[in-house]
Design a protein around this ligand. Structure first.
Ligand SMILES: O=C(O)CCC(=O)C(=O)O
Ligand SMILES: [Fe+2]
Length: 298
């Protein structure tokens, strides 16, 4: 049971040792500000929440999302929903997010949280996994934590067919509510550690993105139609298993307005070698183009 004084009592069952809890005993359709506040504190504690048997209409889904901030459908990908606040994805095979990611880190302001409605799911397969990025950071060695805290990384919207859309974020960020540090690079959107050479960046990014998906940081959820899931996008990553044949339809509302805060100020200059006459200069071109455009915009 949730324990905060005067807070509504829900049944809360943790789903793994790392993150995630199933919440019963609440109708999200009838949730008001008091329930929303209690849900938000549960979300901060468990990072991802699952509410089975909700069967929300699109309007009720949007109304529930509005308790938590401004909504945006999807800035880069055309969904199929008639409601602009809802991003809908239909898949019968493939076309699922089967790469680990936090949502929209290709933007200067990635999403704060997402609320997903499982409209139709296969009888078997199509589970989603989440990973706890606070744990992923905490379990790094001290020297690697120290190195990562001084670094930033370039993210782009290549997975959305728009590689020219880029943003730079700290490799380690601080959660605005808990003040806990978390690892903030992902295999889907992150291209390059800005302050390292491309060879060093490949090595470190490869390690960090593999590390972030270590099974002991994760929870795996098997869906039923009508379940609502809600995740804190600031300190988690997720991954959808592409192992199903039947139709799978999700609708998502996305709460925007997050500005990632660095755990410590950048300590090093960007590394670009793109002026180099040799073939190796090409590896730095994307980074150089982004830094030049930023400098011009100033
Ligand atoms: O289909 C899912 O389970 C999650 C899809 C996803 O990555 C998202 O909605 O951000
Ligand atoms: Fe996602």
């Amino acid at each position: 049971m949730a324990t905060a004084t005067n807070a509504p009592a829900f049944d809360v069952v943790p789903m793994s040792g790392s993150l995630g809890a199933e919440v019963r005993g609440i109708s999200l359709e009838h949730a008001g500000p008091t329930e929303a506040e209690a849900i938000l504190s549960l979300l901060i504690e468990h990072m991802v929440l699952f509410f089975p048997d909700q069967h929300l209409t699109p309007d009720a889904h949007i109304a529930f999302g509005r308790h938590f901030g401004d909504l945006e459908g999807h800035p880069n990908v055309q969904g199929t929903s008639e409601h602009s606040e809802i991003f809908e994805l239909r898949a019968s095979r493939g076309a699922v997010a089967d790469e680990w990611h936090s949502d929209l880190t290709c933007q200067d302001q990635p999403s704060v949280l997402a609320i997903l409605n499982m409209v139709k799911c296969p009888a078997v397969g199509g589970d989603t996994m989440w990973a706890n990025m606070v744990k992923a950071y905490d379990a790094l060695s001290r020297p690697l934590q120290d190195l990562c805290e001084g670094l930033t990384a370039l993210h782009d919207a290549h997975p959305h067919g728009q590689p020219e859309k880029m943003s730079i974020h700290p490799v380690v960020r601080v959660h605005p509510v808990t003040r806990r540090k978390s690892l903030f690079v992902n295999e889907h959107f992150t291209r390059r550690i800005v302050e390292l050479s491309h060879e060093e960046s490949d090595l470190l990014l490869g390690h960090l993105t593999r590390w972030a998906s270590n099974p002991s940081f994760t929870v795996r959820y098997s869906w039923a139609q009508g379940t609502i899931a809600m995740w804190d996008n600031r300190c988690t990553q997720h991954y959808v298993l592409d192992d199903f044949e039947e139709e799978r339809v999700i609708q998502r509302v996305t709460v925007m307005g997050d500005q990632p805060e660095a755990a410590s100020p950048a300590r090093f200059e960007p590394f670009t070698n793109s002026g180099a006459p040799g073939a190796s200069g090409r590896h730095d071109r994307q980074l150089k183009a982004y830094l030049d455009a930023k400098a011009q915009a100033r």
